[in-house]
Design a protein around this ligand. Structure first.
Ligand SMILES: [Zn+2]
Ligand SMILES: [Zn+2]
Length: 337
């Protein structure tokens, strides 16, 4: 039976072609790209992506993530055809500015990179301790010199600044005002002070939930309530492993998250600050149909975040691909209508 191959191109368009099982896919894709036998390029296809590669230097010229490869009764078609697939909004809900000690960019710089990359919903989500202390020397100072507490206006000022950025770009991109909340009490002064109010943010991302020294004590629901934001996300955490360790049923846990407006982040970072590693839980999720089915059926929302700290490292194509893949799986994105 012929196979319909659906991919996402570099501009985020969903394209399809129909391949025959009688010949190698790569050979057919070479024809589709009109590379010819003696040309300087060829296609490499591993089931996950279609890559156009320069034969001489082996450089990848384009890389189209595969959305699906399914049986179909259409005739072989070695040309791309644009698909009218349901297309979720392209979102990146995890980005850092110079408010984070590990970030360095002005908010405008990362917003403009997001717009150029086709992102439609963009969440700025700096670390609570960067925002709260403002200065690294205050954050580094011993607790008896500068205690774990923020000035009354620190979080508000950051919020107001991001709010101005939101207004400035309102006709080009939708911006959300977020904050990433560190919860590992063993790391000096990163956790949110007890009296800090973050409930006015559009959302927060909780990190370190699965650390032994997390001040959430592993109780996501209680901590989300303490945060008080309308929506709360769990950043870069292997929730299937976490739920398994608690001895709970993943479907029920995710369903409860859905009921409490708590979403799960697929973190697609791939940059210098994270040493070009990809999160194994994210890679696994995109491979594992069983995990995908549990998430889809539970109704829990999933967010996509690049976790950018350096605008020159930003890879919005990874964000676009992840949003398309989730949408194609029938999973709703966070903040999707
Ligand atoms: Zn984080
Ligand atoms: Zn982050």
């Amino acid at each position: 039976m012929n196979k319909k191959l659906t991919v996402i191109d570099s501009r985020g368009e969903v394209l399809s072609c129909v391949l025959s099982p009688a010949r190698s896919y790569e050979e057919q894709l070479d024809e589709l790209f009109k590379f010819g036998k003696s040309g300087g390029h060829h296609v490499s296809f591993d089931g996950r992506s279609v890559k156009a590669v320069d034969c001489f230097c082996q450089e990848t010229l384009s890389d189209f993530p595969v959305l699906s490869l399914e049986d179909c009764d259409e005739e072989v078609r070695l040309s791309w055809c644009r698909e009218e697939k349901r297309r979720g909004p392209i979102q990146d809900l995890h980005s850092h500015t110079y408010y984070s000690f590990c970030g360095k960019d002005r908010p405008e710089a990362i917003v403009e990179a997001a717009i150029a990359g086709g992102v439609e919903l963009f969440g700025i989500c700096d670390h609570n301790y960067g925002v709260g202390f403002g200065r690294k020397d205050a954050y580094k100072a011993p607790v008896d010199t500068v205690p774990l507490t923020y000035g009354k206006h620190a979080l508000r000022r950051y919020f107001d600044h991001i709010d101005l950025i939101r207004e400035k770009y309102a006709d080009r991109i939708r911006i959300l005002r977020g904050i990433e909340v560190a919860t590992d009490a063993a790391i000096g002064k990163v956790i949110l002070p007890e009296d800090a109010d973050i409930s006015f943010f559009d959302y927060c991302l909780i990190e370190h939930l699965d650390h032994e020294s997390s001040n959430t004590s592993g109780d996501l629901f209680a901590f989300a309530e303490r945060c008080g934001c309308h929506r709360v996300g769990v950043a870069h955490t292997d929730l299937f492993a976490f739920i398994g360790q608690k001895g709970e049923d993943p479907y029920r846990y995710f369903k409860r998250m859905a009921e409490c407006n708590i979403f799960w982040e697929m973190n697609v970072s791939y940059d210098s600050i994270h040493k070009y590693r990809e999160h194994p839980y994210m890679l696994r999720f995109f491979e594992d149909a069983e995990q995908q089915a549990i998430v889809r059926e539970s109704g829990v929302r999933v967010s996509v975040g690049f976790d950018g700290h350096r605008v020159e490292d930003y890879r919005p194509d990874r964000v676009v691909a992840a949003c398309h893949r989730l949408t194609a799986m029938g999973i709703k994105l966070a903040f999707e209508e």
